[in-house]
Design a protein around this ligand. Structure first.
Ligand SMILES: [Fe+2]
Length: 506
């Protein structure tokens, strides 16, 4: 079912009081156009990028949204058909071409999408809407106008970068993606983009690769959605969900292929975690998308993440044919989906061969273990910090505690893929808090710290709540990060599609 959108919608009612320290903008990305002409998009990640913005000023809030004018969007609107292949939707050649030019179109290559529907983050003084390909799109966050498409391949050796970079306090951006490494072997590159330049030049022009390491399988890099970063280390989890390069290349010439066709799960291989020093193997394979936080403590790296048990690629649950069904049917079908849990892995930094067979983790506050086997490999067992309700789309007080020893994580309760609650977790005590209302489906909760805040959780959470299956409009919800009590909500005068990720711009 299409969402009918107006160019701009104002808030039509709100309850509670908007905290006076909120003087910026909540920016979020998600899919907004689910069919074009008579052609549907098939996967939730194919809908065309729609940017949402809630502006806070003088205790008031206004809401705006605009489609990002990507090549994928503009050409689809112009030609009234899917022109660029998306994650789960193949773009067929123009039917108006004669049979010979259509034939050769199959072999000409498929264009990589710039449909930046996943996240938005700053680079220098600019803001970019992003997906997971090599294209990022510069946007004006005041007007939501699209400014420029940037191809990261012009600056670094990379096939694509994640939508979850790490950003240091000075504005330095780190990101990861796969690339063609030495000897025509797939590898991973970590890319560094410096902060704002004194000469006002574009920091992207000074992007460089700071680390490269090979893929476990020569032609099958793992799908990578995020990574961990502490003060001194990057942590990369190489999961069993692989991109089959041969299938990927054939998608360039075989009719009907899309990105989803190129994924496969490798049960035989566990999960490799790489730090600067050692190769570690988790004992059981997991699916993994979002790191929560990574920090160093007493000679160990603590890695908290949201884990999906098993090797199933959970994006298979997000085909739009399923999501377009009656909402009650959607919820019933979703009960088949796996459940994520919060896990803590601990990586020892000081390793001695004579300690083979012993648990190398001596941190007093965790049951996570690391045991070296005879072949020198170190196998990790996690401590489960939270196994119910399900916890995904994690956020923390990133500005103060990103890469640091921390206490609180906030997440979206993704109950068999139905986002039906907001959760808070004390990762030290395992105490939890929940916000939940009937027929209310929130998004990733973004933490905004109170300006004079002392405690780690002095602040608010911002989330957008949608209500599929009912006539109720969507609304912005502001929660007290201490106890998830409601501070204010602001309803918009139209329905809202889901959003994936975003940021608060002060
Ligand atoms: Fe994500």
């Amino acid at each position: 079912m299409p969402f009918f959108l107006t160019k701009q919608s104002l808030i039509w009612c709100f309850t509670g009081r908007i905290p006076s320290f909120l003087k910026g903008s909540l920016l979020r990305l998600g899919p907004g156009l689910f069919e074009i002409g008579d052609e549907p998009f098939y996967h939730l990640f194919d809908g065309q990028a729609l940017m949402h913005k809630f502006d806070f000023k003088n205790g008031q809030v206004t809401y705006h949204r605009k489609f990002i004018k990507t090549d994928a969007y503009v050409r689809a609107i112009t030609e009234k058909r899917v022109v660029i292949t998306e994650f789960g939707t193949f773009a067929y050649p123009d039917p108006c071409k004669n049979i010979f030019s259509r034939f050769f179109s199959y072999f000409k290559g498929v264009e990589v999408t710039d449909n930046c529907l996943v996240n938005v983050y700053p680079i220098g003084e600019d803001f970019y809407a992003v997906t997971e390909t090599n294209f990022i799109t510069k946007v004006n966050t005041d007007t939501l106008e699209t400014l420029k498409k940037v191809d990261m391949c012009n600056y670094v050796n990379i096939n694509g970068v994640t939508a979850h970079p790490h950003i240091e306090r000075d504005g330095t951006v780190y990101n990861i993606g796969n690339c063609m490494g030495k000897g025509a072997t797939l590898a991973y590159n970590i890319v560094k983009i410096p902060p704002t330049q004194k000469d006002k030049s574009d920091p992207i022009e000074k992007s460089k690769v700071v680390v490269q390491f090979p893929s476990a399988e020569r032609f099958k890099p793992s799908y990578v959605h995020s990574f961990g970063m502490s003060d001194n280390y990057f942590v990369f989890v190489e999961t069993p969900v692989k991109i089959n390069l041969l299938k990927f290349l054939s998608a360039w010439s075989i009719r009907g292929s899309n990105y989803m066709d190129c994924f496969e799960s490798n049960e035989a291989q566990g999960v490799r975690t790489r730090s600067r020093i050692v190769l570690l193997i988790l004992r059981a394979p997991i699916g993994m998308f979002h790191h929560i936080n990574t920090y160093e403590d007493q000679g160990f790296i603590v890695v908290d993440l949201c884990a999906w048990k098993g090797i199933e690629f959970v994006y298979n649950y997000l085909w739009l044919a399923n999501l377009r069904a009656n909402w009650d049917e959607v919820k019933k079908a979703a009960m088949m989906a796996p459940q994520p849990e919060v896990r803590r892995y601990v990586i020892p930094l000081d390793i001695h061969k004579e300690e083979q067979g012993k648990n190398l983790v001596s941190l007093p506050y965790t049951t996570a273990t690391a045991v070296m086997h005879a072949d020198g490999m170190i196998w990790l067992e996690p401590e489960v910090l939270f196994s119910g309700p399900p916890f995904e789309f994690p956020q923390i007080n990133y500005k103060r505690f990103g890469g640091k020893n921390y206490s609180y994580a906030y997440g979206l309760g993704l109950n068999h893929f139905i986002p039906d609650r907001i959760c808070k977790l004390n990762v030290k005590t395992k105490e939890t808090w929940v916000w939940q209302e009937p027929d209310s489906y929130p998004s990733e909760p973004l933490f905004v710290q109170t300006p004079d805040g002392v405690d780690e959780d002095d602040g608010v959470l911002l989330t957008i709540v949608v209500a599929p299956g009912s006539q109720r409009p969507g609304y912005l919800l502001i929660l007290n990060a201490k106890d998830l009590s409601e501070i204010a909500r602001a309803e918009v005068e139209c329905s809202m599609p889901v959003t994936f990720h975003g940021m608060y711009k002060p």
